[in-house]
Design a binder for this molecule. Structure first.
Ligand SMILES: [Cu+2]
Length: 351
């Protein structure tokens, strides 16, 4: 039990105690209804619909970015909704807002063009979708233009069907449209990219823990780091599950910070045209799909690399090619040790 997770445990304990007291006064039929609606596990097992509005806005310095406008999670069994918009940055960011779903969930994204010009879209990898949610233009898909004009938003529907678990990029894909004299070629590389993380329904994630390959639960993950390796820079964001799943943009070649012994997942996506030899000095992880321990991996254009580790030491991550190192494609992985007082408490808590 980690010290900073104790408050959660206290809440559960309180809820459990109150539940016991209440249930002892109620007829068993009502208790069973309460048990169903209170069961955290059963709730989480329900498939969800992720109903999202994403805006497209111009940043300064010729950058264009996605921004989270609204995010509602609807339980497809009991129709309950939870609004998680406030967990996201309230401004356009590069990478754009990360979407996290479970295998079996549905996603509905309405894209709103807030630039007053152009025709941006959303095209995803990994998840399934019908041809009308391809996020391309009629020239390519032969069916329809699937982008958001300044006056008409466009809605995309994705299915995180069985077999789609993983971390996938989504990005603008209406390349070639030239509106109001401004070229839309390759808009995804100026900032219109983000990712969808589809957690497996098995809830088992391979991880390297204390040098040993293990399966951990997605609920064991303390932080998700999302890194987009572009041709000359690495863009980053994180989701901090120890702070209720707070999404933070980390900027360019960011320092990645986490507590010692936390479980962190790296979701690395490559965009642009180059190959990158992603390396972290001092840190090892599992080559995906194997028990082989590695500390570097070559990632090609529009490929991804995902691994989960227990954070036990500092490291430096970089693209291990001379030209990209000279360009500064590197950053720090900073592991914070808890102070000795907290350390003592942790030992007591274990006993
Ligand atoms: Cu793509």
């Amino acid at each position: 039990m980690k010290m900073y997770k104790l408050p959660k445990f206290e809440h559960i304990l309180t809820a459990f105690t109150v539940g016991l007291i209440i249930s002892s006064f109620l007829p068993s039929s009502i208790v069973s209804v309460l048990a169903q609606s209170n069961s955290k596990v059963k709730q989480e097992d329900h498939p969800k619909s992720h109903e999202i509005e994403i805006g497209v806005a111009e940043l300064s310095s010729d950058r264009i970015a996605y921004k989270m406008n609204n995010y509602l999670i609807r339980d497809l069994i009991n129709n309950n909704t939870v609004d998680i918009t406030s967990k996201y940055e309230d401004k356009p960011t590069i990478p754009g807002p990360t979407i996290v779903v479970n295998e079996g969930d549905k996603v509905k994204i309405t894209l709103v063009n807030e630039m007053g010009w152009g025709y941006p879209s959303v095209h995803t990898h990994g998840a399934h979708y019908k041809i009308t949610s391809d996020g391309t233009l009629k020239d390519l898909n032969k069916v329809s233009d699937q982008a958001a004009s300044p006056t008409n938003p466009y809605t995309y529907e994705w299915d995180a069907a069985n077999g789609t678990a993983g971390s996938w990029p989504f990005h603008d894909h209406t390349i070639g449209r030239n509106a109001l004299g401004k070229s839309m070629d390759g808009l995804e590389t100026v900032g219109l990219f983000s990712s969808i993380i589809i957690n497996p329904s098995s809830d088992r994630i391979p991880a390297l823990v204390d040098g040993i390959p293990k399966n951990v639960s997605t609920s064991d993950i303390d932080k998700d780091f999302i890194l987009f390796v572009n041709d000359d820079v690495i863009w980053g964001s994180e989701i901090d599950y120890t702070k209720g799943g707070k999404h933070s943009n980390l900027g360019v070649n960011p320092t990645l910070t986490t507590n010692k012994d936390s479980i962190v997942r790296f979701n690395i996506q490559s965009i642009g045209n180059d190959f990158h030899n992603f390396t972290i000095d001092g840190i090892k992880w599992l080559k995906p799909g194997t028990n082989k321990v590695i500390n570097s991996h070559v990632i090609g254009p529009l490929a991804n690399h995902v691994f989960t580790i227990k954070a036990d030491r500092n490291g430096t991550y970089y693209d291990n090619s001379e030209i990209n190192l000279l360009g500064g494609m590197k950053g720090n992985f900073s592991v914070i040790s808890l102070n000795s007082t907290v350390g003592d408490n942790r030992e007591q808590a274990k006993i």
